[in-house]
Write a protein of this length. Structure first.
Length: 248
């Protein structure tokens, strides 16, 4: 009996040791990796970077992996030392599509009291399905949705839509009220806005060649600044998306 107990104990200790070594190996095998860019369709990093790089202002993307070496979390950073310029997203994916669910960007705080107690929260989500990217943002009482898709050759089109959102009902958790409110979207055209941004690929970057809107025309200063932001994004769909949509 004692021999049997001793053997079982040895096996148990050996099993625990094996699991600990396996976990440690897995942790060592899947460290965070930093890249200059990211392929949104495959979630593969582009151009690995060291931390910190020679240029601390370089935009970068930190990827965290699960035990199966799949990306589970992504941290987008405008630089290595400006942590307020970061957005973090959890990754959900299957064979059909990939979803990047960004964490809440801003919450109610003392500083909001100075601005009539406004509550600002950003619930941003990116859905990548085939060759199309869908972006959704909820900010205060507005739902903003955008669609990016290739139209022809190297031309990208971004369409934008806006709808009202009943934030007071959402806070109360009244599902039926929310559902009824959203069902009115098709009949409510007061907030309708369709914007089409057309980008063409140049030798080193995308260029914004036209911006049409069904609402009030954008100011020239906005258009020029947007053009500059697009040039800085280079040929990266990821940074193009972040520079024109995501609130930092």
């Amino acid at each position: 009996m004692r021999k049997f107990s001793f053997e079982c104990g040895c096996r148990l200790v050996g099993c625990i040791a094996f699991l600990l070594i396996s976990w440690e190996s897995a942790a060592q095998k899947n460290p965070d990796k930093i890249y200059a860019d990211l392929d949104l369709y495959t979630l593969q990093g582009i151009c690995p970077l060291e931390e910190p790089p020679a240029d601390s202002s370089l935009k970068n993307i930190r990827c965290s992996f699960n035990s199966r070496e799949q990306v589970k979390e992504i941290l987008f950073r405008k630089s290595f030392y400006r942590w307020q310029d970061t957005r973090q997203a959890n990754v959900y994916r299957n064979k059909e599509a990939t979803i990047l669910a960004f964490k809440v960007h801003k919450e109610a705080g003392f500083e909001k009291v100075m601005f009539i107690g406004a509550v600002e929260r950003y619930y941003d989500t990116i859905l990548i399905l085939h060759d199309t990217i869908y972006f959704k943002e909820v900010m205060n009482n507005t739902v903003d949705a955008k669609i990016i898709y290739p139209e022809k050759n190297d031309t990208l089109v971004i369409k934008s839509f806006q709808k009202p959102f009943n934030s007071s009902a959402a806070k109360g958790g009244d599902f039926h009220t929310l559902l009824a409110f959203h069902m009115l979207w098709e009949n409510n055209t007061n907030w309708d806005l369709t914007e089409t941004y057309t980008y063409v690929s140049r030798q080193t970057h995308y260029e914004l060649v036209s911006l049409t809107t069904s609402g009030k025309p954008r100011e020239e200063s906005y258009y020029l600044k947007l053009q500059e932001d697009i040039k800085k994004a280079g040929h990266s769909i990821t940074w193009l998306l972040l520079s024109t949509m995501i609130e930092w």
